[in-house]
Design a protein around this ligand. Sequence first.
Ligand SMILES: Nc1ncnc2c1ncn2[C@@H]1O[C@H](COP(=O)(O)OP(=O)(O)OP(=O)(O)O)[C@@H](O)[C@H]1O
Ligand SMILES: [Mg+2]
Length: 136
Amino acid sequence: MIVLNKDGMLIQKEQDVVPFRNRVKEYAVKIGMSLVNQTKLITAASELVRNMLKYGGGGNTLIEVVSKGRENGIRLTFSDKGPGITDIQLAMKDGYSTGKSLGLGLPGAKRLVSEFDIKSIPGSGTTVTVIKWKNG
Ligand SMILES: Nc1ncnc2c1ncn2[C@@H]1O[C@H](COP(=O)(O)OP(=O)(O)OP(=O)(O)O)[C@@H](O)[C@H]1O
Ligand SMILES: [Mg+2]
């Protein structure tokens, strides 16, 4: 995997969400991602950034243009230094929420992207990385 371009944004408050979404969209448009895939990527990004704000107390994002073979894509990384997730398998289940919400953010985001990775250390923080390939 080759990183062609990278950008980052700190997310500390609700008002940081829209500028972040717009930035993701700009990069997706720049690589010529289809509108359907743009929408999927941005929907997943919104869920992950909201989790980071709600449960992680905010954090850092990384937006990268990546390439593998002849496929280009966008990789997004969300890292927070919040309480972390003790049972990731449970957190990934449809309907599981500790926030009295729908519990669809993580599993929904996973379904919308090409590659999904989540790592968490309880008491230390959470990092979620997703890739959406341009044609994937
Ligand atoms: N960054 C994070 N730090 C700590 N816990 C998290 C983080 N992201 C998710 N979680 C935990 O995983 C659970 C499931 O997350 P998910 O996004 O699927 O559902 P939700 O945020 O509770 O509801 P929804 O996203 O549907 O509004 C959360 O309720 C929370 O307990
Ligand atoms: Mg959520």
